[in-house]
Design a binder for this molecule. Structure first.
Ligand code: TEU
Length: 557
């Protein structure tokens, strides 16, 4: 049976950076409402809203201190209800971000939990007896430093895989899980259309919380290999599905850092009744620094053959037994046109369209991260003062200041390539001051290239990146071949072009793309009288692929 989200396209709104309506320099819900006509014109079906819950904002809202109230800087619940209503009027669904691998340390559950060891909420979190000078194990945080913080009063440590203000929830505790399910129902009963589930692959920590064996790191070990995809995770997801998700027609999307294809076949397998689809991280973590102590901080460009191999593995791996989320960008990843394309003046437009075509003609549900549809680029920051993200700032302190592993200049080069802040610069609406994002001082610098790259210039330009995304979305909405066709990669060893086919009944779609600034010749029989469906060039040169040229042909067998 077909599911509504199989031919949907999802637009990700990072509220802080989308549209400010009250001049405080921070985006808000009223701003999202004001921009619904823009989102509607793009033609997407769903908005995934990053967290807007009450939060101390240590990690830009991924530290929730009240799951059933709105962060005042974003507005109030009445405004959220109006956003939901206005979106539904436009046939746009709203998916919320569910952050239940951890909470804020300001959530009442944690405030109670740390009152005493026998408090009913104590076991909602993960505590270990210990002394101030001996950590329970060698685990490190994604945001630098140890994954443990000591509470003097209790004489215990609590676990946090992210910031110390984000204590891990204990999913072995049934009462805690029931409270999460109750909260989920509260939102679904309001009429939201599903959840993107943050860090959900990390819920089931290994029994005994053992050390990571043979850690490569200087000080703290990367716990992900022994935490992600724990043996109980499937049971928790089945229980969540049974008790909540199965009772609604919403979509469930797991953010599953560390998950492999076999794990995903379980999580998204239709008959397993767990999740509908997942975000996997393989294609966006292909170039970790060879020095493990530096983790992801690197400025090496990915090899196309590695990128293709990863995408193909997931296309083949989930074909007919699961479902992929298709993405290049989100609020944690650098801008794709800078990372995988070419953001020079000469090639930014055409390479942004090439990346869009390659992604949107794959099998799965495509995601567009705000500004991607304009061809927005990395920030190209030159100073540490321009960064806001704690992951970036903590890494600088640990790697450059404390450990002195690399120079400030080198670390700033790494940040310019892959800091999460590259995706968090304000939406570029027009060429007025601050790009029309705010009338105040933006919380993070607007990318100076807004004068050339902005929605006002693109929305009505039939040759713009925006219009190209509109075409791709419209194509998906009218084509079972694009939604359901089987994937076949062509020439995996080709390090310059990414070409593949999609097969559905008697129809075949041939997709060809050039990832380089050179002209190539690639002949897959496309020229013999087949219908050119879409191209990022205005004419067709048959077997020639010009710089960053991408096109698709319908081949009737
Ligand atoms: O991220 C999960 C995650 O592990 C990575 O994306 C991580 O944020 C980092 O970028 C890896 O280098 C989710 C949210 O998307 C992220 O914004 C939050 O900071 C994180 O969880 C904690 O809630």
């Amino acid at each position: 049976m077909k599911k509504w989200w199989e031919n949907a396209v999802i637009y990700q709104v990072y509220p802080s950076s989308f549209q400010d309506s009250d001049g405080d320099g921070i985006g808000d819900l009223e701003g999202v409402i004001n921009r619904l006509p823009y989102i509607e014109k793009l033609g997407v079906d769903v908005i995934w809203l990053n967290p807007v819950y009450k939060s101390p904002n240590v990690d830009n809202g991924y530290d929730v201190s009240d799951y059933e109230d709105i962060q005042p800087v974003f507005g109030d619940m009445a405004t959220f209800d109006r956003l939901l209503d206005e979106a539904h009027k436009r046939n746009i669904k709203i998916v919320m971000d569910l952050v239940v691998n951890h909470s804020s340390d300001q959530l009442d559950w944690f405030i109670s939990s740390k009152k005493s060891k026998d408090n009913p909420y104590h076991d909602y979190y993960i505590w270990k007896n210990g002394s101030p000078d001996k950590l329970p194990n060698n685990w490190g945080s994604y945001f630098s430093g140890p994954a443990w913080t000591y509470d003097d009063k209790l004489g215990q440590y609590y676990l946090h895989l992210f910031a110390k203000e984000q204590p891990e929830l204990n999913w072995r505790n049934k009462a805690m899980r029931q409270d999460v399910y109750k909260m989920m129902r509260w939102w679904l009963d309001k009429g939201i259309d599903g959840f993107r589930m943050d860090s959900i692959s990390l819920l089931d920590k290994p029994v005994g919380l053992p050390d990571v064996p043979n850690p490569d790191h200087a000080k703290y070990a990367d716990a992900q290999p022994i935490v992600a995809d724990g043996p109980q995770l499937g049971q928790y997801l089945k229980e969540m599905n049974r008790e909540v998700l199965s009772k609604y027609d919403g979509v469930s999307i797991g953010e599953m850092i560390g998950s492999k294809v076999d794990d995903a076949r379980e999580y998204t397998g239709r008959d397993n009744h767990e999740l509908d689809m997942i975000f996997q991280f393989e294609h966006v973590t292909l170039t970790p620094n060879p020095d493990k102590r530096l983790g992801k901080w690197n400025d090496e460009r990915v090899k196309l053959t590695d990128l293709k191999a990863s995408l193909s593995k997931w296309q083949y791996g989930l074909n007919k037994v699961g479902w992929n989320s298709l993405y290049w960008n989100n609020h944690d990843q650098p801008r794709a046109v800078s990372r995988f394309g070419n953001d020079s003046d000469e090639y930014r437009d055409v390479s942004a369209k090439m990346l869009a075509l390659v992604l949107h003609l794959l099998k799965g549900t495509p995601y567009i991260y705000q500004g991607e549809e304009l061809g927005m680029t990395n920030a190209h920051n030159t100073s540490l003062a321009q960064y806001r993200d704690l992951e970036t700032l903590n890494a600088y302190k640990e790697i450059v200041v404390d450990e002195k592993l690399v120079s400030p200049e080198k670390m700033l080069r790494f940040f310019a390539e892959i800091s999460r802040d590259n995706a968090r610069t304000p939406m570029q609406w027009d060429d007025s001051e601050k790009a029309g994002f705010t009338s105040g001082k933006p919380w993070i610098d607007v990318n100076p290239n807004y004068v050339k790259i902005n929605a006002q210039d693109e929305v009505d330009d039939p040759h713009s990146v925006f219009s190209f995304y509109e075409k791709l979305i419209s194509l998906r909405h009218q084509s079972d071949l694009i939604v359901y066709g089987d994937y076949e990669e062509l020439d995996p060893e080709d390090g310059q072009a990414f070409c593949y086919k999609r097969h559905y009944g008697t129809q075949t779609l041939l997709v060809m793309s050039n990832f380089t600034d050179q002209s190539l010749i690639r002949d897959y029989g496309q020229a013999s009288g087949n219908q050119l469906v879409i191209s990022n060039y205005s004419d067709d040169r048959g077997t020639m692929l010009r710089p960053y040229e991408a096109k698709a042909y319908l081949i009737q067998r």
